[in-house]
Design a binder for this molecule. Structure first.
Ligand SMILES: [Zn+2]
Length: 376
């Protein structure tokens, strides 16, 4: 259950935040793109490929988006599930829960996504915001990988993620050093994202599975400290920090509000993607009311996403959007518009502009890897 609790920090921050909201709403009204006016939503969280790097052809996916979905943050999955003959014999696992064999970082995903994007006509490209995911967040060289991808495929990427720090059943299966919120490699990655203007989409369960009743979520202090060390670029906390068995903790809404109301974390956003999260939120009229009340007070800080992986048809792809019907009804028109479309457009319009400027300014540095048809 999600429990309600008005944060003591909230009231003081609300008037300051109110001014900021009015200002940013004003910017949105005069905004750069209204390309998605005819669509139902933009999708901030979408995996074109699965854990064995297979998925939906991007042309088929455009058909699946149809007239329902305007823009999509496009990425694969940074991890490849190994098919270990020793472990599963002739059974070829396609999901991490189907085998004990490890997962490993698969950097080629970024080239695959870039080439899929480049295969589209220019007006079709406008509907995608590709993201870089093929790096190991425990590697001090992760930021260098991201730079190399930007230089090799200029004009393509607008963000990094979804990458994962703590995730139930996944983190422990990854070969090599375990990722951590306290690892300077992650700081280096986030520093570079802010420098280049990349949107960050990070998955981090706020707690371990099956925690001790009443204990503070295991990673709350660390994640807040991380956010406070990186106050400039937009960071989206995927799934509001929840997992399949990392269920809404008592006071989860209060925890979100303590971040939302803290001016030191004003660049932190939340996505409500994943059908598991939708089930928590629409569990009862009470949970809907509590969450809608929070979003209505911080409408510019939440984004809708599907978290679908390589969907085969539109019904499957947009199912979670309709699952959220009770929430859409409970939001103010202004919040409904912001969560479904406006916040996405504001963040990614700005990222497109900033990342293109970074690429322009840095293209001459080590140009040796740049592709000849670099600028679309
Ligand atoms: Zn996730």
């Amino acid at each position: 259950m999600i429990s309600d609790s008005e944060s003591w920090r909230c009231r003081a921050a609300r008037s300051v935040l109110g001014v900021a909201l009015i200002l940013s709403w004003g910017i949105h009204l005069t905004g750069q793109t209204d390309s998605t006016g005819q669509y139902e939503f933009n999708d901030v969280h979408f995996h074109l490929t699965n854990y064995v790097q297979e998925g939906t052809d991007i042309n088929d996916f455009l058909q699946i988006m149809g007239t329902k979905v305007g823009r999509v943050a496009l990425f694969g999955i940074p991890l490849q599930q190994q098919w270990s003959f020793q472990n599963s014999g002739k059974f070829a696992p396609t999901y991490y829960l189907q085998t004990d064999a490890p997962l490993y970082y698969y950097s080629f995903t970024d080239a695959y996504i870039a080439m899929a994007y480049r295969s589209l006509a220019p007006e079709q490209r406008l509907r995608f915001d590709p993201m870089i995911t093929g790096f190991d967040p425990a590697d001090m060289y992760a930021a260098d990988h991201i730079k190399r991808v930007l230089r090799t495929f200029p004009g393509v990427f607008s963000g990094i993620g979804e990458f994962t720090i703590h995730k139930e059943f996944v983190s422990s299966k990854i070969s090599g050093e375990t990722a951590s919120l306290t690892n300077p490699a992650l700081d280096r990655t986030l520093d570079f994202a802010a420098e280049a203007g990349l949107v960050v989409l990070m998955h981090n369960d706020v707690d371990v599975p099956f925690p001790k009743e009443g204990a503070q979520p295991a990673y709350l202090d660390q994640v807040e400290a991380l956010f406070k060390r990186h106050p400039s670029g937009p960071i989206i906390w995927a799934h509001c920090g929840l997992g399949r068995v990392v269920v809404p903790i008592k006071g989860h809404v209060a925890m979100l509000e303590s971040i939302l109301s803290d001016p030191a974390m004003r660049n932190i956003y939340f996505d409500i993607s994943w059908d598991v999260v939708a089930r928590y939120i629409v569990a009862s009229p009470e949970t809907v009311r509590i969450v809608a009340d929070l979003i209505n007070r911080y409408p510019d800080r939440f984004l809708f996403g599907t978290d679908e992986v390589a969907p085969s048809n539109q019904d499957k792809y947009v199912k979670i959007y309709y699952q959220y019907d009770p929430l859409w009804k409970a939001l103010t028109p202004r919040a409904r518009e912001a969560v479904r479309k406006g916040n996405y457009e504001r963040l990614f319009d700005s990222a497109r502009k900033n990342v293109r400027a970074w690429e322009e300014a840095h293209q001459k540095e080590p140009a040796r890897n740049a592709a000849p048809d670099a600028v679309p």
